[in-house]
Design a protein around this ligand. Sequence first.
Ligand SMILES: Nc1ncnc2c1ncn2[C@@H]1O[C@H](COP(=O)(O)OP(=O)(O)O)[C@@H](O)[C@H]1O
Ligand SMILES: [Mg+2]
Length: 331
Amino acid sequence: MSFIHHQDASDVQDDDFDDSREERRTRVQHRRMPTPKQRKSSYESNAEVQRWLAEHTLSELNKPPFAAKYLATRRDAPWLRSSLEQFYVGDLITDIVSEMKSGKEASVYRCEAHPSTGATWLAAKIYRPRIFRKLRNDAVYRLHRDQRGEGGRILSAKQRQHVADSAFARQAQVPDWIAFEFETLSRCYAAGVHVPRPWAQHAHAILMDFLGDEQSSAPRLNQVTLSPVAAQHCLTTLLGDIARMLAVGRVHGDLSAYNILYWQETPWIIDFGQSVDTHYQDLASLPEDAIFALLQRDIARVSAAFASYQLAIDPVAVAVALWDEHIHNGQ
Ligand SMILES: Nc1ncnc2c1ncn2[C@@H]1O[C@H](COP(=O)(O)OP(=O)(O)O)[C@@H](O)[C@H]1O
Ligand SMILES: [Mg+2]
């Protein structure tokens, strides 16, 4: 399985290259009296930076520019391009075909897959700029993860509250949040949960397997009518997937017939934007009860989707049994 992590030039810190006292002194002087030319040459002469530039420049030179016709008619072309171009440069997609679903927070695009992927299409889920202005105002949602400060250190509860309170810092959370969605998708895929195969994440976009055919994307579970046997199989598969997710420390958090696609007689779980880490330790901001309540709600909604097939289960009993097996015994 290949996951591509694109490193931004900005990820490379000046301090990483600070290897002698003499240089440090020179840099201090530069700071006082900036001489951009010298500073630039010292930065760019670093081997790591050189390698990064060479790799990125070469791959871009070897390819014609990303000229997806689809973008020509779009007002939000720069936003879309900023993510999708990376997938193009990384030989994952060759073109954008259409917008499959446009939502308030994210849109999903059908892309033509690069032959090296072995796929025909790939789906790109791209969050909209508005998420930078307004993250969901839900304490559980905002604080359930380990939020990381600069350098990847985990912030204390107080620092996290500060992060949650400041508009500027909320913006800084966005890439973390999308990276977490991708991480959950990857984890679940590796654990054998029926989810679209994740390919890459860059900035505000996630690239994954496309479920569907030439005509359309796969229907959602609430749009299909199943035979009794297929319905039973589908429910069993979903409960197995919920258990497999718990085993790798995740509760979906927004599971319902709307976030399950039905394709090739199999239910596929999508949309992990609200997933929760069951190992999250800060009980003050997310008590165990709250995670359990999310699990129970997920199971209740799945159960509701099968009520018309007379297959409804007892969500509380199922949630308790799964919790005992995977969380209490697993710790
Ligand atoms: N991998 C995929 N393959 C095909 N269609 C997809 C895929 N992922 C999402 N979609 C389509 O996009 C819709 C929205 O995706 P979702 O991840 O649920 O985003 P949102 O956060 O907007 O609910 C889905 O209901 C489905 O129609
Ligand atoms: Mg959804």
